[in-house]
Design a binder for this molecule. Structure first.
Ligand code: NDP
Length: 260
């Protein structure tokens, strides 16, 4: 049997830990495969490169929407989200999936009884998370700094910092990049205080870092976590697509977890 070839497309891609995660799974399960990083500036060659050289791939920032647009077929929740993070080469056809959404949903399993959620931010990750939560029957509101990106959330209750309403949400989810590089909160402190006073859980999708958002959640004694589980779970789900469900989620998890 031929060595399977996998990659991750992104720009930048050097920082990605996906090769490590998938590498541990490949090694641990005794598979014959390689998983490389492909730095791609501009997405115009994505499909050609993918179909010429790879059996399957992951896609990261900023190519998820382009991968969606170039795929021959989109399956599952990616159709609603409009972004793809997993590609499968099916007999020369590029098939696109989104495992970020389901990965996030699985990371919620530590927080029971969630019926309502407030998402901070309105970018690609917010879109993936809002669609899966809505599909699972959770009431979703979206709060963003500016109004233009909120146009993509017509089926949700939305607000900007100027018109945020009082209200309770079971969980607050930070999907903004505030806190990634600078020590900033995702909204002004006066708003964050009101939000944290009216919730029971908090998640930040930024991973491997205690952001100001997570520090503030801790100061309110809220159960909270970063985005490492989301990243891990989207990877396991992608791996299972690569191998057409040959392995169970539970079989892959301990190997991939070693990357963290
Ligand atoms: P996008 O660029 O698509 O969206 C960014 C959002 O953040 C926008 O709504 C923007 O608001 C808001 N924002 C940016 N800076 C600030 C700030 N200083 N204060 C308040 N709001 C701000 O990003 P993505 O959705 O692709 O990624 C968002 C985050 O999610 C990143 O930190 C990324 O690392 C993380 N991520 C984690 C994953 C995981 O598996 N754990 C997977 C994917 C992403 P505006 O519209 O006003 O500009």
């Amino acid at each position: 049997m031929e060595t399977k070839k996998f990659t991750i497309f992104g720009d930048p891609v050097e920082h990605s830990i996906s090769p490590k995660m998938h590498g541990f799974a490949i090694e641990g399960l005794g598979l014959d495969a390689t998983y490389t990083k492909t730095h791609l500036e501009g997405a115009c060659r994505l499909k050609t490169l993918f179909l010429e050289s790879f059996d399957a791939a992951n896609v990261t920032v900023p190519h998820k929407e382009a991968a969606f647009g170039q795929a021959d077929e989109i399956r599952g929740i990616a159709k609603e989200i409009g972004a793809v993070n997993t590609l499968i080469n099916e007999n020369g056809h590029m098939i696109g999936y989104n495992t970020d959404a389901e990965g996030f949903y699985r990371s919620l399993q530590d927080f029971p009884d969630i019926k309502s959620a407030l998402i901070l931010g309105a970018g690609g990750t917010a879109k993936a998370i809002s669609y899966i939560l809505k599909e699972k029957g959770i009431e979703v509101s979206v709060l963003n700094r500016s109004s233009s990106r909120l146009e993509a959330f017509k089926n949700f209750k939305t607000a900007t910092w100027e018109n945020v309403e009082e209200g309770y949400h079971d969980i607050i989810i930070n999907t903004t990049s505030a806190g990634l590089e600078e020590e900033t909160l995702p909204a002004p402190q006066s708003i964050m205080i009101r939000l944290f006073e009216h919730t029971k859980y908090a998640i930040d999708v930024i991973y491997n870092k205690e952001t100001p958002f997570l520090k503030m959640a801790k100061s309110y004694n809220l159960p909270s976590k970063d985005g490492a589980d989301m990243l891990l779970y989207q990877g396991i789900l992608a791996f299972n697509l690569f191998y057409h469900d040959r392995f169970s989620f539970e079989e892959v998890e301990p190997f991939m977890r070693k990357a963290f």
